[in-house]
Ligand binder design. Structure first.
Ligand code: ZN
Ligand code: ZN
Length: 419
């Protein structure tokens, strides 16, 4: 009886194990592909072969010449597929050694690789129509979507060719880029930070500068902002602006790739009409006006891919901050950002931060430098909701809240085509 039950259970598990082995073997060859690509950029002998792939395309992804296009497949795509094919033997070895049944599905990775190998050979031979069917990330034409999160699409891969060749290595799944921190390159990006004279503003500017971005400070203070780097003062481009005059910034925002909205006010225990108005005006409405002003600077489909907005909405979105008006105004901001990004013309990230030590919050436990470092670290992994806090509840509550609110808004409101 016991044995019969065990056999039944094993039989029930058989299709699931078969599928898991097949998927794992496909995932494995994809990992091999991306590591091979990464290595091609790091190791000169491989780069000499891979560089052909980079010679093929113009900025609009049209092909420079048919001869180079075909050659690039013999020098890059065919060797890449062969390397994947060789390594696809590994899953076979593992299921064989550990006697995991069924063993034949471990061949899925090899079969999957063969389709790429034949595709590459066909393109190398110049067979008509094969490139349209098999090479999906290099098709020319306008970009109709934003760089995607989990699967590499055309806008995602375009950045590997024309934004930074030392990032965006992934070919199909974005996993390796997420692990390597190459899913978003900040190098040479022009990044503006509001609330720049505050503790986090300065810390962010410093970390972004260290990540090789070109930083601009947006501040209401009349003083020029400078960063303190290993004992030296480094003055940076400073633009002074006032709440209510966000539209006047459009000309400057035009030259900015990433706008980080980080300014805010905390009125603590106040609750009079003035405190309410001030909290919403600075924390909520000013943020929304800046977002709208930045949207106006997104004109070409290349702007869509390069430009981003990061909004510091704080963990007050889901947790008490012991300051009711701070919570109310930050929650309103968070919800409206959730709504706005349903149809946003560029990527919008939220910064969900716990209490850090600053002028606004002298009893905060985290250091602003550490928080800023984590923000940059997670952004490079293309995390769209960046949570940095010591409160474990936020990691559970925020994703649930964001998922529910976003879907509620999606169901009960409609997109406009203004952007
Ligand atoms: Zn490419
Ligand atoms: Zn490359």
């Amino acid at each position: 009886m016991g044995l019969a039950l065990r056999d039944a259970a094993l039989q029930g598990a058989y299709p699931i194990t078969a599928l898991a082995i097949a998927l794992a073997s496909v995932l494995w060859v994809e990992i091999v592909r991306d590591l091979y690509h990464t290595l091609s950029h790091l190791w000169q002998p491989l780069y000499r072969l891979h560089v052909w792939h980079h010679k093929v395309f113009r900025r609009d992804l049209s092909v420079v010449s048919d001869t180079i296009y075909r050659q690039a497949h013999w020098y890059n795509d065919v060797p890449e597929s062969l390397v994947m094919l060789v390594f696809s033997i590994l899953p076979w070895g593992i299921v064989h050694t550990w006697e995991i049944a069924p063993q034949w599905t471990a061949g899925a990775g090899s079969l999957y690789t063969l389709t790429f190998l034949f595709g590459a050979i066909a393109r190398g031979m110049g067979m008509p129509m094969v490139d349209e069917l098999t090479d999906l990330t290099h098709r020319p034409g306008e970009f109709t979507s934003l760089p995607s999160k989990w699967f590499v699409n055309r806008p995602y891969h375009w950045r590997h060719h024309f934004d930074n060749q030392d990032a965006y290595f992934s070919g199909t799944l974005t996993l390796i880029d997420k692990l390597l921190g190459t899913a978003l390159s900040l190098k040479n990006k022009r990044i503006a930070v509001t609330g720049a004279s505050g503790t986090l503003g300065r810390a962010l500017l410093t970390q972004l500068h260290l990540a090789e971005a070109k930083v601009t400070a947006l501040t209401s203070s009349p003083k020029e902002i400078s960063l303190h780097l290993s004992g030296e003062e480094l003055p940076i481009t400073t633009i002074s602006w006032e709440i209510g005059k966000e539209a006047e910034l459009i000309a400057q925002l035009d030259k900015i790739d990433i706008l980080i909205i980080n300014h805010g006010i905390n009125v603590y225990g106040e609750r009079d009409g003035d405190a309410i108005a001030k909290s919403y005006e600075i924390n909520t409405f000013s943020t929304l006006r800046l977002i709208e002003a930045f949207y106006k600077t997104i004109k070409s489909d290349r702007d869509k891919i390069r430009k981003e907005i990061w909004v510091n909405t704080s963990e007050a979105e889901v947790n008490p901050a012991l300051s009711p008006l701070y919570e109310l105004s930050k929650r309103a901001t968070g919800d409206i950002v959730t709504m706005s990004r349903l149809d946003a013309p560029c990527v919008i990230r939220k910064l969900i931060l716990g209490p850090f030590k600053s002028k606004l919050n002298p009893v905060g436990v985290m250091s602003a430098d550490w928080v800023a470092k984590q923000i940059v670290n997670l952004a490079k992994r293309d995390v769209r909701n960046i949570i940095v806090t010591i409160n474990p509840l936020t990691y559970i509550l925020f994703p649930i809240k964001e998922f529910c609110v976003a879907n509620y808004f999606r169901l009960f409101s409609n997109p406009t085509n203004k952007h």
